[in-house]
Design a protein around this ligand. Structure first.
Ligand code: PLP
Length: 385
């Protein structure tokens, strides 16, 4: 065997294995073979960014003043607009100068936060299953990662009774991948548990605007005292179909924010200013674009969930996000089932174990294709289970 000249760092090697490799390969191959693949694997909206935001970008991009390095802390009018949005959406008051910091997508902050807060060997609580970036960011900082199992019998909420001691904990509701939401009593309990153990909380609110039946998800910062130890991450990616633009923010506890800002000053140079200005326009939205998206996803959700239940599954409708977290209906493992779904039905889904070991036994479907394709997917699934 040829000896590699360059080896991965121990840090990189300590990341969990990338479990989607085989699925990715099989997906590419199926496409090359000309198969009609229905891709329910990607958590990326299929709809474009609305025109009024694209127009704002065009205008801002034509202004040479926006072509320079951006300020790390972003434009003050972006921070002010974020503060207005938080106030009107959650009734949370934020100081634009110290309690809000723009990010190159929320992933940027979620990945870098541990570097500012964690010493090697410190414990970080990470939900399992979860968006993988919490864990990799913690591992890069040398943390000891303690998984918090999200179990169906506990509505995919972590158990706070046995909340272990740690320096930092990530939470994420509405949740990817389980689509679970957290209620008032969960957040109140979280405040008590975090206070008792002196834990910093990083709440990931990326999906707060994708909800159904008018059940608007809560922000952790709405709760009295949360700002003493919590930050919240948000982004325009899912709300305004802007995943490729890379714009988000962290808000809340000013001390935690300043630590993250110090890390970022050393690794990047802010968000392209024209994108920041387009972000201001997005947050001023007079068209209520998110409501249009909610109606679209709700229709897809209803088609998919009722269809899949008709063929024998037992799913409850998700209350938020554009994901459906479904128990594997056969005795196969989640990777095995996902591979067969692709091979025999040309449908891509994400095996739950890729989000952590407690995700085993489930697969995630993303409702990021039109309704007709979801109907077609149900027909195909019916033939193979
Ligand atoms: N948080 C969650 C739970 C996600 O699923 C994602 C993306 O899929 C992100 C954060 C990152 O979003 P962005 O970096 O585009 O803001």
């Amino acid at each position: 065997m040829r000896k590699e000249r360059f080896l991965a760092s121990e840090r990189l090697e300590s990341l969990p294995p990338y479990l989607f490799v085989e699925i990715d390969k099989a997906k590419r191959q199926a496409r090359e073979e000309g198969k009609d693949v229905i891709d329910l694997g990607i958590g990326d909206p299929d709809q474009p960014t609305p025109d009024f935001i694209v127009e704002a970008l065009k205008k801002a991009a034509q202004d040479g003043a926006n072509h320079h390095y951006a300020l790390d802390a972003g434009l003050s009018n972006l921070r002010e607009q974020i503060a207005k949005w938080y106030l009107s959406r959650f009734n949370v008051k934020l100081d634009p100068n110290s309690e809000i910091y723009p990010l190159i997508g929320s992933k940027d902050g979620l990945a870098h936060l541990s570097l500012g807060l964690i010493n090697p060997g410190d414990s970080v609580l990470v939900p399992d299953p979860a968006y993988p970036v919490y864990r990799s960011g913690a591992i890069f900082a040398g943390a000891k990662v303690i998984p918090m199992p999200l179990l169906e019998e506990n509505n995919f909420l972590p158990s706070l009774e046995s909340f272990p001691k740690a320096k930092l904990s990530f939470i994420n509701y509405p949740n990817n991948p389980t689509a679970a939401v957290a209620d008032k009593s969960f957040y109140e309990e979280l405040i008590r548990a975090a206070n008792k153990n002196n834990i910093a909380i990083a709440s990931d609110l990326a999906y707060s605007e994708i909800y159904y039946e008018d059940k608007r998800p809560l922000s952790f910062l709405e709760f009295e005292g949360a700002k003493d130890f919590a930050v919240e991450f948000h982004s325009l990616s899912k709300t305004y179909n802007m995943t490729g633009w890379r714009i988000g923010w962290v808000c809340g506890n000013r001390q935690i924010i300043s630590l993250l800002a110090r890390v970022k000053t050393n690794v990047d140079s802010g968000i392209f200013q024209a994108i920041q200005l387009a972000g201001v326009t997005a947050l001023q939205d007079l068209t209520d674009f998110p409501q249009k998206m909610r109606s679209l996803y709700q229709e897809r959700r209803d088609v998919f969930v009722s269809g899949i239940n008709r063929i024998g599954w037992k799913l409850t409708s998700p209350k938020a996000t554009f994901y459906v977290w479904a128990k594997v209906p056969t005795k196969e493992g989640s990777v095995e089932f996902a591979k067969r779904l692709l091979k025999e039905a040309s449908i891509v889904c994400t095996p739950g174990v890729g989000f952590g070991k407690y995700g085993e036994g489930y697969v995630r479907f993303a409702l990021t294709v039109p309704k007709g394709r979801l109907e077609e997917a149900i027909e195909r699934i019916k033939r193979i289970i």
